[in-house]
Design a protein around this ligand. Structure first.
Ligand SMILES: [Zn+2]
Length: 676
């Protein structure tokens, strides 16, 4: 799980305003503070509850939303107090009247140092992967960036004003999200509380799905504003364009002018400088996560045939398309062991037959190290894993690793322990492989924490005799840093070596990855984009991405509908009518029987109750209806179910849209790296 921290500022508005509240001089020494706090004992309140400013209130609503859904530990909250210094939300404090906002620059520097804000924050952030800062100018000054303990495995996200920008380092792991007057207008929310309001919206987005969205934010903080774009009430068209249609650089057009190049992505290597194993091929594996749909789904009535077995009767993407949209499939041991029934079936049938994947195509197995990242030791033995790969018929089997990420990458002793453990496991794996009668291809996995450690790990694996190696633990690493790691490894790579990047398919960086020696990868992010976030749910070969049109079933929105019914805004029957009208209008539009405006109105009429923002949806939905991208796609899904692909509604549409995205991704990949 991503460890998340919020750092916010104290506000002048507090629950109590006693006449004799604390002032700055009361904080100068501990004995005064203790004495004065006693006088105010009746007002003692946890910090999280004492502040009543707009930013704080909205922020706490967002925090509650997250905790209600995922539990208390999903996020920690600290407050920069101009009196108490950096305090946890649970610390009990009494009302005080001190704020950095009334101090000059030099007063802030002196006082914040005295109450230890920078020092305490520096120590605090070490334990977190993702930190949100909601601080105004003067509080940012009090924090005194940069923080020495910040590291590349973290994302430090600052919601801040344009004038604060110069205080925030312009480099990883710092991410600056400008929040200004224009945004206050566009979100139709006062500037004073806007940062808290934005966090509240973010929390609303996150709880709509599982924690994958939080992971997405961690990996790419620019998605934060993208996903909030739909809450803007008065979006300037160019702002929508920028924030919601921001796309990855199309793979099919890698040679762009300078204006499109991203830092670190242009290598300018000549052919002779490419890695020795460069062949112009890049193999794509898709991780298997039970991505199946009902092939006989009745879209008009929204029903599946009763009594069906979701394993036997449902189909994988490769059973729908004439050819799989991936070169192979990656199956983690944790997936195999998802349930007793599933495990027993796989043991009985073998992995290829279970996922009904052509025997001639590779299935790769690994141990799923993310599942035991917090354990002291991996829960498997080498012999057991060798036998498991062989028995189930895997084509490629990966040695047992232990991830070196987050806090483990920061601790020099622990990262060395994990590094050596992974290395010894790889040695043991290959030795026992050679002694036994195994026929799958053994792969050694490298874990590290910086370019040099990855290089050493790769060098060892090549020395041991592996012809297939994996680089693990890079899912949350920036593209630029992955490139730095590959640059270190490139000189060691012999011409026969396969280098697989675990969990990574960055469309904008495939070319540099490939030139530097990576020639296989896996990722499900194209698939999952179909239902994560707004604005980029449906991908196309041109690189243009579209929002899917949300027509959620009334039945599935019980709480919201109940609330609206209770408020007297309509009856269940009325909402169902709006829902059906939206669906039928979309289908009529697809057949050319209804105008765009009439269709859009029907969709928005329902969206007004069920959706989150009519104005933004109006722009996004108009665009997708105008362009009708599903009519231009020649994939079997778009050909057979047409406009249903673009409707955001239930597994059978959403996952099919994910299959379509995978098709698009693979097609672009093969344009860039054709098969032999
Ligand atoms: Zn399609």
């Amino acid at each position: 799980m991503i460890k998340t921290l919020i750092v916010t500022s104290c506000t002048g508005e507090k629950l109590f305003h006693p006449g004799h509240q604390l002032t700055q001089s009361d904080f100068v020494d501990d004995s005064t503070l203790i004495k004065r706090e006693k006088e105010l004992a009746e007002y003692k309140t946890p910090a999280g509850k004492l502040y009543t400013g707009m930013q704080h209130q909205r922020l706490m609503e967002g925090v509650s939303t997250l905790r209600d859904r995922f539990g208390k530990d999903i996020v920690d909250l600290y407050i920069v107090s101009a009196g108490y210094g950096l305090i946890s939300e649970s610390k009990e404090i009494v009302p005080y009247e001190v704020t950095f906002n009334s101090m000059t620059g030099s007063e802030i520097a002196r006082w914040s140092a005295q109450i230890g804000i920078h020092k305490d924050l520096n120590a605090l952030i070490q334990d977190y992967n993702l930190v949100f800062f909601l601080l105004g100018d003067k509080y940012l000054k009090a924090v005194n960036l940069p923080l020495e303990s910040a590291n590349d495995c973290q994302k430090l996200v600052f919601f801040a004003s344009g004038t604060s920008k110069k205080m925030i380092p312009n480099e990883a792991p710092y991410c600056f999200i400008e929040v200004g007057q224009e945004d206050a207008k566009s979100f139709s929310y006062g500037l004073v509380g806007l940062k808290g309001y934005l966090f509240k919206l973010l929390a609303q987005e996150i709880v709509k799905g599982d924690l994958a969205l939080l992971e997405d934010y961690y990996r790419d903080p620019s998605l934060i504003m993208t996903s909030l774009g739909k809450y803007r009430k008065t979006p300037a068209p160019e702002c929508i364009q920028l924030r919601l249609f921001e796309t990855d650089e199309p793979v099919s057009k890698p040679k762009k002018g300078n204006q499109m190049s991203k830092p670190g992505l242009e290598l300018n290597l000549s052919r002779s400088e490419f890695a020795k194993n460069y062949t112009g091929h890049m193999r794509y594996f898709i991780p298997e996560w039970d991505d199946r749909v009902d092939p006989n789904y009745d879209f008009l009535n929204d029903v599946s045939v009763g009594n069906r077995d979701t394993y036997k009767d449902d189909v994988y993407a490769h059973e729908i398309y004439p050819k799989p949209n991936y070169d192979g499939i990656l199956v983690s041991k944790v997936i195999v062991e998802g349930s007793k029934k599933k495990k027993a079936l796989i043991e009985q049938m073998g992995i290829h037959d279970f996922i009904r994947f052509d025997q001639a195509r590779p299935v790769m197995g690994d141990c799923g190290a993310f599942d035991y990242v917090n354990e002291y030791l991996p829960p498997f033995e080498t012999e057991e894993i060798l036998d498991y790969y062989q028995r189930l018929g895997f084509n490629i089997g990966v040695s047992i690793d232990h991830l070196i990420v987050g806090q483990y990458a920061q601790d020099p002793k622990e990262r060395m322990r994990r590094y050596n453990l992974t290395k010894r496991n790889a040695e043991d794996f290959l030795k026992k492989y050679k002694e036994g009668h195994y026929t799958f291809l053994p792969s050694g996995i490298a874990q590290g924490w910086d370019p040099k450690s990855y290089r050493d790990a790769a060098a060892d694996l090549i020395d041991m005799g592996y012809t297939h190696i994996c680089l693990g633990g890079l899912v949350r690493t920036t593209t630029k840093d992955i490139i730095e790691i590959l640059k270190e490894i490139k000189p060691l790579i012999p011409d026969y070596l396969t280098v697989h990047l675990f969990g990574i398919a960055r469309p904008d960086a495939l070319q540099p990855f490939c030139q530097l020696g990576a020639n296989a990868m896996d990722s499900a992010s194209q698939l999952r984009r179909a239902w994560l976030g707004t604005g980029a749910n449906y991908h196309t070969l041109s690189g243009q991405m579209y929002a899917a049109i949300r027509v959620p079933p009334v039945e599935g929105h019980g709480v919201r509908v109940k609330k609206m019914v209770a408020e007297g805004r309509g009856t269940i029957e009325q909402f169902k009518k709006l829902e059906m009208n939206a669906l039928q209008s979309l289908r009529a539009y697809d057949r050319g029987e209804l105008s765009l405006d009439e269709t859009l109105n029907a969709v928005l009429e329902y969206d007004k109750y069920i959706g989150d923002d009519r104005d933004v949806h109006q722009i996004l939905y108009r665009k997708v209806l105008e362009d009708m991208p599903w009519k231009q796609c020649d994939c079997v899904i778009c050909k057979s179910i047409g406009i249903e692909t673009i409707i955001f509604r239930g597994n059978n549409r959403n996952r099919r849209r994910g299959f379509h995205n995978t098709y698009v991704f693979y097609k672009r990949l093969k344009q860039l790296y054709p098969d032999d």
